[in-house]
Write a protein that binds this ligand. Structure first.
Ligand code: ZN
Length: 154
């Protein structure tokens, strides 16, 4: 039952991606790639006063990579950089096998089923790796477009 619900959430985000498109004047622009599956995303974020005000993405690839990106944009919009980092960390820990904090992760727990297919975990983490990389560059004062690969993930 729960697995079916999770599957539905993922497919809904894949079929109807939220916050899709480019963002002009974004401070954070990241090209994310997941070579193990061929997934790609372009991530754009606007940061104001330490808050991720707007975040959008474009991309192509498997349903898990694109659904995860869509879910990520909804989860981080309006959050402070510190809160986003915390969420990225929670999400990563869930994907690496820790029991999820369901209250903090909300709908994102739908992606935990992907853990059963270890080769697909990077599909789910792609958007998050790209986001984390982009925000790190931003916090270092660099706003040029950066490239992030799931192969670089620790
Ligand atoms: Zn994939």
């Amino acid at each position: 039952m729960l697995q079916e619900l999770y599957q539905e959430i993922i497919l809904d985000h894949y079929a109807h991606p939220r916050n899709r498109g480019r963002l002009e004047g974004a401070e954070v622009v990241v090209e994310g790639v997941n070579p193990s599956c061929g997934d790609e995303i372009s991530l754009f974020a606007r940061v104001r006063d330490g808050v991720v005000e707007e975040v959008r993405f474009e991309g192509k690839g498997c349903s898990i990579s694109q659904a995860s990106a869509s879910m990520m944009t909804e989860a981080v919009r309006g959050k402070t950089l510190a809160a986003v980092r915390e969420l990225v960390d929670r999400f990563r820990r869930m994907m690496h096998g820790e029991p999820p904090d369901e209250e903090a992760l909300g709908e994102l727990v739908a992606l935990q089923g992907v853990r059963r297919f270890p080769v697909r975990v990077k599909c789910a983490t792609l958007a998050w790796v790209a986001l984390e990389r982009g925000l790190s560059e931003y916090e270092c004062g660099r706003t040029a477009q950066v490239v992030a690969s799931t192969e670089d993930e620790l």
